[in-house]
Design a protein around this ligand. Structure first.
Ligand code: SF4
Length: 379
């Protein structure tokens, strides 16, 4: 079996950056490989963050770009944009992540058994990108449950109850063992084609086992994997099994500030004025400056803080009739002074509501109309 590789993708966002720092400091025994998929369309603040992170880690972050784009002499986005004949990517035709991030990553990994670390925080409910390649296993060090949903689904399946009870028998005895076996033997009421219900009952069972003892649960999963074909199945030990820490947004900022790497520059809040009131905006996510997942207030931020980039984003819209980054609104329309005031007023109103509810990290709050964004780019 080839040597297991440990890789971390740096998106240019705060969570993946903090993860690289956290793992480097806490698990120096892991031979970590860092990579960054460069679209050629990132904000300068992202490239600056990558430079500072390289300084902290004391090593290079491998830049991944698709070979065909490199050979063409164009930056990756423009190369693929041309090969898609001017069709802008969108949330229903997301060729950008596939071509510029997933494919170069999977090529980089090849067939080597690989653990890919993902910076989803303990206070988030999303899974991030999970490769479908069987030689790549994702691990989530910031969460209490470090395993992927696929592994959890498999280990907690009703058919595996006897195997799971036997594994708990190796670690527990007495009342603890009785409790673990009771939880394990509970029937998961799986309903055909009811994904939401099924996910809920699986997560409830998971929560019960993690609450009983997280470290033991990790060891049980590790043993369970031994009879399966996952990258970690062939390891004798794995240091993260004993890690019970859960890291949330506050911890991420602390890691970034304490290390001296700092938060990404685009995340710093800037005042804006609207209707005689003062609000604050920033960009909440890493990724291409024209990302179609960004909120309207972030487009306004781009227009006012990086007018040259906004102009370049508009030029893509002008190249092909009917194609816009946002549904139902062109970038030209979005910067009409009345529209800017309207977007700012709506944003300020929403932030004030969140503030009154006691929310602390307002920049991370997305519009009601926004999805959680790209699971590959926004980490
Ligand atoms: S940041 Fe947005 S536009 Fe860029 S690759 Fe990711 S999803 Fe596509």
């Amino acid at each position: 079996m080839a040597k297991l590789r440990h890789v971390i993708g740096i998106s240019g966002g705060k969570d993946s950056t903090a993860l690289a720092i956290y793992l480097k400091d806490k698990y120096p025994q892991l031979d970590l490989i860092y990579y960054f998929c460069d679209t050629g369309k990132e904000l300068d603040e992202t490239y600056q963050l990558i430079d500072r992170l390289e300084g902290y880690l004391g090593e290079k972050i491998t830049k991944l770009e698709a070979d065909e784009a490199v050979k063409s002499g164009k930056n990756p986005f423009d190369f693929y944009y041309n090969s898609y004949r001017g069709y802008l990517p969108s949330n229903v035709a997301r060729w950008c992540t596939k071509k510029m991030k997933l494919d170069p990553f999977e090529k980089f990994v090849g067939d080597s058994p690989t653990v890919s670390y993902v910076g989803i925080r303990g206070d988030e409910d999303r899974e991030g990108y999970i490769s479908t390649k069987s030689n790549i296993q994702s691990i989530f060090p910031f969460r209490r449950n470090i395993w992927s949903e696929e592994i959890i689904k498999s280990i907690l399946a009703n058919d595996n109850r006897t195997e799971l009870s036997d594994l708990y028998n190796k670690y527990f005895n007495g009342a603890e063992l009785d409790r673990a076996v009771d939880i394990v033997n509970e029937d998961l009421q799986i309903i055909d084609r009811n994904k939401e219900h099924n996910r809920k009952v699986i997560l409830e069972k998971l929560e019960a086992l993690l609450s009983l003892d997280t470290v033991t649960f990790n060891h049980v999963v590790f043993q369970f994997l031994k009879s399966r074909n996952y990258p970690l199945s062939f390891e004798d030990d794995y240091p993260l099994l004993n890690d019970e820490q859960v890291l949330v947004l506050d911890d991420i900022f602390k890691i970034l500030r304490d290390s001296g790497v700092g938060v990404p520059g685009y995340y710093e809040k800037i005042d804006y004025q609207v209707n005689g009131e003062t609000g604050q905006y920033a960009r909440s996510r890493s990724g291409c400056y024209f990302c179609f997942f960004q909120q309207k207030i972030e487009w306004v931020w781009l227009h006012e803080q990086h007018p040259d980039l906004y102009q370049q984003a508009m030029e893509y819209e002008n190249e092909k009739e009917g194609f816009t980054w946002n549904q139902h609104e062109s970038l030209q329309d979005l910067i009409h002074p009345d529209r800017i005031d309207q977007i700012k007023a709506e944003h300020l109103n929403r932030m004030n509501k969140e503030k009154s509810k006691g929310s602390k990290f307002l920049i991370d709050i997305l519009d009601d109309t926004e999805s959680e964004g790209c699971p590959v780019c926004f980490i």
